[in-house]
Ligand binder design. Structure first.
Ligand SMILES: Cc1cc2nc3c(=O)[nH]c(=O)nc-3n(C[C@H](O)[C@H](O)[C@H](O)COP(=O)(O)OP(=O)(O)OC[C@H]3O[C@@H](n4cnc5c(N)ncnc54)[C@H](O)[C@@H]3O)c2cc1C
Length: 504
């Protein structure tokens, strides 16, 4: 039996591991932390269970990524679906509800943005439907071989791009243009409020705003709510815990507190990895659930390092600043919806915009009686926090407090008295993310989706693969799961172990 080693139990690693185990491979997952989930994990503190990074679980509607996983691996996700994806509060405007249901969302946006935005939304939904359909068939991206390219063209055709009332030529032209331009070119004439809404949504789903985010990627990224939102029992970490349970019931091993520090090479081929404590694990295939920078560090002594570094896209992107607070339930009793995006002013990030999620009242695992666990996040510069941390610890602490205050103040607009209602306030910076997820410099959320062709190939060397938000389709739990399954399929296909499953 072929042996696979998966380094890291984030969503990408676990999905790849499930695909390989389902195809009959002997799988071992090694995770450095004490629990699974990474950026989409949940941690305990003083009887609260806080989502560490990701809070909104999307992709659960029929044929969404998480629904496909549920069928493929026979996992019955524990949690409750919501008909509200999130509420977006732009400063000085009434809140906008991102309904999951298409018709309700159409009604809402007509009311909020008028009919002049409809041409854009019709394009967005049409394009997104095709892209999600295509993505679900797990195309190899970027294509590595001519056969990958031919398969991709076949998939585009079956996804329906060439059928319908418009001519194939026009559709192909439109697809090619949007593949190379930012979304900005499609929203020149929309109302200012709608542009602000789109920018705020894109920052969290594509890590870039409309000026830079690729148009095709943006069409799909703007659709996360429409793909189905669920509140997972036990928080985001509950989803990864279910994946771990399923792996174990499939005879795979998932071992915690195993930090891999050294890959083992036999000439040009990797044959295993060693932990910080010197334990050795051997395998035929190694999959690293790491960022590109972490993978590069791990490959430093390999014959493939130079090629990897020179083929890699430039490093850009974000860190996150977090506030975790436990509050009295009465403070949120009149608030509709559990996910809220608050935009106070431009530029977005650094406390000017905040994403806020509240644990569901029904989930008694998340907070003590009559209390709720809240996670607030904002995009931030990694460099700023690292400079302070390394050079001036006192100012680092002062700045942490200042940022937390700023974010709580923005939150006051929808939860008045949040500070008084809190019995606990914790903060997290890029330094915290590096410590708990091992992501170098606390780089989170994947690379800004400015160019479809900047994706890293998941195959790093013979027998060495990468999954997670550094590969296509990038960030979000649903996306890394999709990417992980795709890589698991590619590996299984290469070794002739792929079991049949209809993803279409
Ligand atoms: C603040 C914030 C908010 C977000 N909001 C959302 C959201 O609302 N919805 C959403 O879907 N997504 C959201 N995301 C994005 C999402 O969390 C990530 O894209 C996704 O979880 C990343 O998964 P991954 O597979 O790349 O692995 P990671 O989450 O990075 O997990 C990798 C795992 O590998 C382990 N590891 C690392 N190095 C080693 C080693 N050497 N040896 C062994 N183990 C190792 C780590 O401990 C970790 O468990 C958010 C992210 C952040 C930071």
């Amino acid at each position: 039996m072929n042996r696979a080693l998966v380094v890291g139990a984030g969503g990408g690693g676990l999905a790849a591991a499930l695909e390989l185990a389902t195809n009959g491979m002997d799988v071992t997952v090694l995770e450095s932390h004490i629990c699974a989930g990474g950026c989409a994990g949940t941690f305990y503190h003083k009887n609260y269970r806080f989502d560490a990074g990701a809070t909104l679980a999307g992709g659960f509607n029929k044929n969404g990524p998480m629904d496909i996983m549920s069928h493929r691996f026979n996992i019955n996700w524990k949690g409750k679906a919501d008909d509200i994806g999130m509420k977006v509060h732009l400063h000085g405007h009434p809140s906008i509800t991102r309904w999951v249901d298409s018709e309700s969302w159409k009604k809402e946006r007509l009311q909020q943005f008028g009919t002049s935005g409809e041409k854009f939304w019709n394009w967005q939904e049409y394009t997104s439907n095709l892209l999600w359909k295509l993505a679900m068939q797990h195309p190899a991206w970027p294509p590595r071989k001519i056969s990958d390219l031919l398969r991709l063209l076949e998939m585009i055709q079956t996804a329906g791009w060439f059928s319908g009332k418009h001519s194939s030529f026009l559709k192909l032209l439109q697809l090619s243009q949007d593949a190379f331009r930012p979304l900005k070119s499609r929203i020149m004439e929309v109302p200012e409020k709608m542009r602000q809404f789109i920018d705020a949504q894109l920052l969290i789903s594509a890590q870039a705003t409309s000026s830079n985010a690729n148009a095709l990627y943006s069409a799909a990224a703007l659709d996360l709510s429409r793909q189905g939102v669920m509140h997972s029992e036990g928080g985001m970490g509950g989803i990864c815990e279910q994946m771990v349970e399923k792996l174990r019931s499939n005879h795979a091993k998932v071992l915690f507190k195993k930090e891999i520090t050294m890959p083992l090479w036999d000439g040009n081929r990797i044959f295993g990895a060693e932990t910080k404590r010197g334990e050795r694990f051997e395998a035929d295939v190694i999959i690293v659930n790491l960022t590109r920078e972490n993978a590069s560090k791990l490959m430093e002594k390999s014959p493939y390092h130079q090629k990897f570094v020179s083929s890699a896209p430039p490093r850009d992107g974000w860190g996150a600043f977090m506030v975790y607070t436990g509050i009295d339930s009465s403070a949120v009793k009149n608030l509709e919806g559990l996910h809220h995006q608050l935009v106070k002013k431009q530029p977005l990030g650094n406390g000017n915009s905040v994403f806020l999620s509240i644990s569901p009242e029904w989930d008694k695992t998340r907070a003590p009686e009559n209390r709720r666990a809240i996670t607030l996040s904002t995009h931030t510069s990694m460099k700023f926090w690292w400079n302070l941390f390394q050079e001036d610890k006192k100012t680092y602490e002062i700045e942490k407090e200042r940022m937390a205050k700023k974010m709580l103040k923005v939150t006051e607009t929808i939860i008045p008295g949040i500070r008084e209602a809190s019995d606990l306030i914790l903060t997290g910076t890029p330094i915290t993310f590096q410590r708990f997820t091992k992501r170098l410099h606390g780089w989170v959320g994947g690379f800004p989706q400015t160019n479809l062709f900047r994706s890293q190939s998941p195959c790093l060397a013979p027998g060495l693969w990468m999954v997670g938000d550094s590969i296509f389709p990038g960030q979000s739990l649903a996306a890394v799961c999709m990417g992980g399954m795709r890589v698991g399929r590619e590996i299984s296909k290469e070794i002739g172990a792929l079991s049949s499953y209809d993803y279409s």
